[in-house]
Each structure stands twice: as C-alpha cells, then as structure tokens.
Design a binder for this molecule. Structure first.
Ligand SMILES: NC(=O)c1ccc[n+]([C@@H]2O[C@H](COP(=O)([O-])OP(=O)(O)OC[C@H]3O[C@@H](n4cnc5c(N)ncnc54)[C@H](OP(=O)(O)O)[C@@H]3O)[C@@H](O)[C@H]2O)c1
Length: 339
C-alpha cells in the first residue's frame, strides 16, 4: 500500500545548450503506484546535485545520456515508509540512486540501509551521499590509486572547497604532504586553511596562475588533483616536479562548452616524466565498504571533516544544480525534500 501521496519529480525537458537553464527541466506530478510483492516505498529525504551529471544531460559520458523525459539521476537518502521486501525494513534509513523525486518504489537493487556503525553521533545520514558517497570516494581512490601521495610531497587540488577537493586535500595531509588548495572566493580559502590546507589560493584573484603556483610551490608540485581542467590544468602542468602525477577527477570548466579548450602545455610530460590518469569512481565499487570504513575512522578521529550545504525544497533542485557552475555552492550541496 502507498500512503496516498503524490509523486513529484524533475525530468529532463530538453538538452541544455551551454550552462543549463531552468527551462531544461520540468516538474511532474503523478499518483504513487501500488506496491508489488518484493517492493518498498521510500520517502526521499535528501538528494544530491552533481557537476558530473551535466555531461549526461547532453550526451553519452561515463554512462549513457539521460533520455528526454527521464527523472534526473542523483544520489539520495530516504526512509522506508512501507515495505513488501524483507530486506528493506519499514522505518529504515537507506541510500541509493533515487533521483530528483519525492518518493522511490524499489525492489531493493542498488538500495542500501545505512550502517549504524558509521552513521551515529555527529555523522549524519546525509554523509552517505557526501563524504562517504561518490564525491568522497572519488577523492579517496583518486589519491590512493593514482596520486599515491608520499610524506613531504606537494599536492595541488582544484575546486578544493567542494567535497571531492576538500577530501583530497585532507587525505594529502593525512599522508604527510603539503596541500595547496584553489578556490573561487576568500571565504572558501579561509575554510581551506581551517581544514588543514597549508596554502589556499583564490584563483579568481591570483592573476597569472603559472606564477601563483610557482610562488606557492617553488620546488614544484608532485600531485595535481584536477577537478576543473582548462587553464588551471595548463598552469599546473608547467609547475609539475619530475615524476609528477596528475589525477583527472573532473573538468568542470569544460562541462558547459561544446568546444573544449583542452591542454596546451604538453612538453613537460616529456621533460618532467609526468603521468596523467583519469578515474571513474564506480570502477572501485568492490572496495567502497573498506574505503568508507577507513574514512569514517578518520572522521571520528577528527582528521577528516566535511561541509554540507542544504537547500530546502524539491522545487529548488534545478537552481541548486545550475549554481554549481558559477561557484555559488560551498561544500556538498544537497536538497532537502522531507523527513
Ligand atoms: N571521476 C569521477 O568518478 C568523479 C566522481 C564525482 C565527481 N567528479 C568530479 O569531481 C569534481 C568535483 O566534484 P564535487 O562534487 O566536489 O563538486 P564541486 O567541486 O563542489 O563543484 C562545484 C564547484 O566547482 C567550482 N567551479 C565551477 N565552475 C568552475 C570553473 N569554470 N572553473 C573552476 N572551478 C569551477 C566552483 O567552486 P569555486 O568557487 O572554487 O570556483 C563550484 O562551487 C567535478 O568536476 C566532478 O565532475 C568525478
């Protein structure tokens, strides 16, 4: 049985051109369908907005393009309201890829109950789709599998006040490195210093980035954790130390362009013996539980922190998403729907 509520959801109305616009999304409403055996009705309490979703609104990416009319995909945390599935207990808090909608009817695939050993005390359920979700895990595996930080190395991180960047920088500190963070405002830079970055650069006010990086890391950069691509990547390449690694996590400065700027400075790959490698975090799925357990221990020990920014109301989801591309967001941006 459903509780008589209406399902409200955002669907893709048309493919965005450039920076997404409110008209690219459409809010729909429909009665909730009756539960079948093996299904559970989940009230979605919080949803994520993710920069990486931008590519799939226009075409194929790490996963196929989102069809027109489909619910916008995202991570979510929710509460099981009614269940005809033995694994999804009524009242349980769960997380999964629920999308931008108020309710989900699930047969349990891809939905997991929150582990009470992790989500207790100061660690709230929303961390499941933040530091312990895709963004935190991207930082974890990008650093562990590609960056491979060693004590006293220098790590540069772009979009460092976002969840991926802030986590990557703190993991660099845990490994004993010097962490340099880039962010787009003085307030974000102050936050980076608070969470342990040694140097924070407001890239919008820094002028020539190649010189700014040279000043911050006179002996060069060992690891560049790249979330943005474009000019920042080129400036980092010019400052890499011999044997340096570039972790390609994201390219947000390119997501809204049809003609990517690309990389121009390729010579240092030869002279400095550099390696550059991208990752899709889902490839490490088999190791997620282990990574989450390790990160939760660091959070409890106070070595790793995270910042959330909660926006109220399903109606706000498109604006919350669009704001990611103007630097409007600060930390893990989530939309609160209920609960
Ligand atoms: N490879 C994977 O498997 C994987 C998985 C998840 C996420 N990612 C990627 O990781 C990156 C970070 O993700 P996140 O969730 O933590 O998001 P995020 O860093 O919080 O993204 C939003 C922030 O990006 C910055 N930004 C926006 N436009 C920019 C531009 N043109 N140039 C430079 N910075 C810009 C802004 O911060 P400022 O104010 O500092 O500019 C904005 O607040 C994204 O690129 C995402 O696609 C990759």
């Amino acid at each position: 049985m459903t509780d008589g509520s209406q399902l409200r959801r955002w669907v893709l109305a048309k493919r965005p051109q450039g920076v997404p616009h409110a008209d690219d999304f459409r809010l729909e409403q429909a009665p909730l369908s009756e539960l079948q055996d093996g299904q559970a009705l989940i009230r979605v309490d919080h949803i994520s907005v993710d920069p990486g979703m931008r590519s799939r609104l226009s075409g194929d990416s790490y996963a196929p393009a989102l069809p027109i009319g489909a619910t916008i995909e995202s991570a979510g945390v929710g509460t099981v309201l009614t269940s005809r599935n033995a694994k999804l207990k009524e009242g349980a808090q769960v997380w999964g890829g629920f999308g931008w909608q108020t309710h989900a009817i699930s047969d349990g695939r891809g939905v997991q109950a929150l582990d009470p050993a992790i989500y207790q005390g100061a660690i709230k359920a929303t961390a499941a789709i933040g530091i312990f979700g895709i963004p935190g895990l991207t930082a974890y595996f990008g650093m562990a599998e590609i960056g491979k930080p060693k004590a006293e190395q220098v790590v540069l991180v772009s979009s460092a006040a976002g969840t991926v960047g802030a986590t990557a920088g703190q993991l660099a500190k845990i490994a004993g490195c010097t962490a340099i963070g880039l962010a787009g405002s003085d307030a974000k830079c102050a936050y980076l210093k608070e969470i342990g970055f040694d140097v924070a650069i407001n890239y919008k006010a820094a002028g020539d980035l190649t010189s700014a990086f040279k000043q911050a890391a006179p002996k060069g950069i060992d690891i560049y954790f790249d979330n943005v691509g474009g000019e920042t990547l080129d400036a980092a390449i010019m400052n890499m130390r011999r044997g340096g690694r570039i972790v390609v996590s994201g390219q947000i400065s390119e997501y809204n362009t049809t003609t990517p700027r690309g990389i121009r400075n390729t010579l240092p790959f030869i002279t400095q013996r550099l390696r550059m490698e991208g990752l899709v975090v889902y490839d490490y799925g088999a190791q997620f539980v282990e990574a989450r357990t390790q990160m939760a221990a660091w959070v409890r020990e106070g070595k790793l922190t995270y910042r959330e920014e909660i926006i109220d109301g399903l109606e706000q989801a498109p604006a919350a998403f669009i704001g990611l591309f103007s630097g409007d967001s600060f930390g893990r941006r989530l939309v609160h729907l209920g609960g």
